[in-house]
Design a binder for this molecule. Structure first.
Ligand code: ADP
Ligand code: MG
Length: 364
């Protein structure tokens, strides 16, 4: 049985539709991250799952039960929001026990749930402290503790880390992932941060303007983005895009950029001269020897210690490369870059859809 099933879910505020038919199946124990730019409809979708927002059209099942009109408190769901409000006059213990006490659970059960949550979240030393005596990350963990003391079938998180500083976010990311690995609960996690999505998810669902663009395992989406939007959204620094046209010469397929240089592609081109965008990830460039390769005009050199980032242009398009080794390059100079044809992505200029070139080994 699926833990959650969305079928053609739509949401309209008045005459404005903000979700245009969302289909999604989530398996029990799965950690699904909904990611997309601000305003694409992530929170609205999560609030509909929680029952805090009504459904304009479509069907929503939780654990096999149709819940379209079931009130929020009957859905057996826990939700953590971006702004988590702890009770300031209650200790960590009081805050975490609050829900189970309200639900009049037996004392021994409350104590067990409290201790399980406190152990999972590493809050054992802070049980008697008040929220004002805790750091931002600790408060966030208490908010999470309040959520996991519930025996919920589904946990919903809406950008829970966005109020934390960068270092804490990285730490909490790992903690939430570890928590999921130990509890094996079903989680739907919303974020606009593609790094959070890549690092935490079993499965990423990329949303854009009220639609799902693509859904799949993080590296599957990274390596095989279905379109230009997903290609550009996942990965930091972003994939570079070069306008080009593709053509076949002898047995090889090439993309020619505006300055006339050619990039070898892996496969066979069906249509000569088709307008495309060539996508290359920053880590896929290598420095060419001699006169071979694409001329890259160096703009900015950013040594990070572990890597060297170069920002510049190829055929007037902005290109970002990352090298694991140290690179000596002068701004304004030209260096030549190679790319393995296997790692060149090709997108249709007009539709943005990925073009899959037929491989020579495939029979026509
Ligand atoms: P996200 O969480 O991805 O940033 P939201 O789900 O909050 O996006 O919003 C999606 C769209 O719906 C936005 O264009 C937003 O302006 C609109 N929206 C959200 N809530 C309301 C509302 N109560 N009334 C009208 N429009 C709304
Ligand atoms: Mg939101």
């Amino acid at each position: 049985m699926t833990a959650l099933k969305l079928q053609n879910i739509r949401k309209a505020y008045g005459s404005i539709e903000v979700l245009h038919g969302i289909d999604l199946d989530v398996e029990p124990g799965e950690f699904v991250v909904l990611v997309g730019p601000s305003g694409c409809g992530k929170s609205t979708l999560l609030r509909m799952i929680a029952g805090l927002e009504n459904i304009s059209d479509g069907d929503l099942w939780i654990g096999g039960q149709l819940v379209n009109t079931l009130p929020a408190q009957k859905r057996n769901i826990s939700m953590v929001f971006q702004s988590y409000a702890l009770f300031p006059h209650m200790t960590v213990r009081g805050n975490i026990e609050f829900g189970p006490r309200i639900r009049r659970e037996p004392g021994a059960q409350i104590e067990k749930r409290l201790m399980d949550a406190v152990t999972a979240l590493n809050l054992g030393d802070y049980l008697d402290r008040y929220p004002r005596q805790l750091s931002g990350g600790q408060r966030q963990r208490v908010a999470m503790g309040r959520t996991i003391v519930r025996d919920s079938s589904l946990f919903l998180f809406d950008e829970p880390l966005s109020n934390l500083d960068a270092k804490l976010r990285v730490q909490m990311r790992a903690e939430i992932k570890a928590l999921h690995q130990s509890l094996r609960s079903t989680i739907i996690y919303v974020t606009h941060d593609q790094v959070e999505a890549m690092t935490m998810a079993d499965r990423i669902v990329v949303m854009n303007s009220g639609r799902i663009e693509q859904s799949g395992a993080p590296l599957e989406l990274y390596d095989h983005p279905a379109n230009r939007f997903v290609a550009g959204f996942l990965g930091s620094p972003a994939m570079s895009m070069l306008p080009a046209s593709i053509y076949q010469e002898n047995d090889k397929c090439w993309a020619q950029v505006s300055s006339g240089e050619k990039i070898a592609l892996s496969g066979v081109c069906a249509e000569q001269g088709r307008k495309v965008d060539i996508g290359i990830r920053p880590e896929q460039f290598t420095i060419a020897q001699g006169e071979a390769g694409l001329p890259f005009i160096v703009g900015v050199v950013e040594p990070t210690g572990a890597e060297t980032h170069l920002v510049g242009t190829i055929a007037q398009s902005k290109v970002h490369c990352v090298f694991r080794e140290r690179v000596q390059a002068m701004p304004g100079s030209t260096i030549r870059l190679n790319v393995d044809p296997q790692h060149v992505h090709v997108f249709d200029t007009e539709t943005g859809h990925r073009i899959r070139l037929r491989q020579a080994t495939e029979v026509a």
